[in-house]
Design a protein around this ligand. Structure first.
Ligand code: SAH
Ligand code: MG
Length: 209
């Protein structure tokens, strides 16, 4: 999507409010990596969550909390976003902004490596899972997601195009291989009907049977 198209859509549907604007500014100032989803992607996540009546969402990769705030705002009062972050500094930053957004009761932040934290949720059911952390374990995250999602739940992953590297057969680093295998499984696993929406760096979206 061109920047002008993105700005047009954002200006109509996805304006950052004061909290999100302040979060972005502080994230830049404090040197957090500039890899949050865009506002347009945040809005798309909200529509997807509303469309399925989601109340329980699991996110892998919190960073400064930008995407978690977008998603939490699409949930009813009693809804929950559980979000997993390995970096204590990112988690501490995110916690500040969950409070500023008045969402600390709706967002449950867990600190740790996703693969260490995920087993704690075995037996639970989520309406949607948003994967936006490290790319190498994506095939394992795919397995976890299918275990934890209810029928009709949404499996969503950011960076499905990985800066175009998935398209280039010459690129074979571990991260790229993880994204490529994840996309392949989204495409071929009978338990999920998926596609990639070419928004931002590509948003893989699938509905679980
Ligand atoms: N979803 C965020 C952006 C996440 S950036 C947003 O759009 O606002 C990716 C985050 O995943 C980083 O904060 C990084 O520290 C975290 N991360 C990387 N590997 C991880 C792992 N194995 N477990 C949990 N978090 C991880
Ligand atoms: Mg991302």
């Amino acid at each position: 999507m061109s920047d002008r198209v993105d700005e047009y859509i954002a200006s109509l549907f996805a304006r950052d409010d004061d909290v999100l604007a302040a979060l972005r500014e502080a994230a830049d100032r404090e040197g957090l990596p500039p890899i949050s989803i865009s506002a347009v992607t945040g809005r798309l996540l909200q529509i997807l969550l509303s469309a399925i009546g989601a109340t329980r969402v699991l996110e892998v990769g919190t960073l400064g909390g930008y995407s978690a705030i977008w998603m939490a705002r699409a949930l009813p009062e009693a809804g929950r976003v559980v979000t997993i972050e390995v970096d204590e500094r990112h988690a501490e930053f995110a916690r500040r902004y969950f409070a500023r957004a008045g969402l600390e009761a709706r967002i449950d932040l867990r600190i740790g490596r996703a693969l260490d934290v995920l087993p704690a949720f075995d037996g639970e059911r989520f309406d949607a899972i948003f994967l936006d952390a490290d790319k190498e374990p994506l095939p394992t995250y795919f397995d976890w997601a299918l275990r934890l999602l209810r029928p009709g739940g949404l499996l969503i992953a950011d960076n499905a195009l990985w800066g175009g590297r998935v398209l280039d057969p010459e690129t074979a680093d571990e991260g790229t291989k993880g994204v490529r295998e994840f996309n392949q499984r989204m495409a071929s696993d009978d338990r999920v009907r998926g596609t990639i929406v070419p928004v931002g760096d590509g948003l893989a979206v699938g509905v679980v049977n």
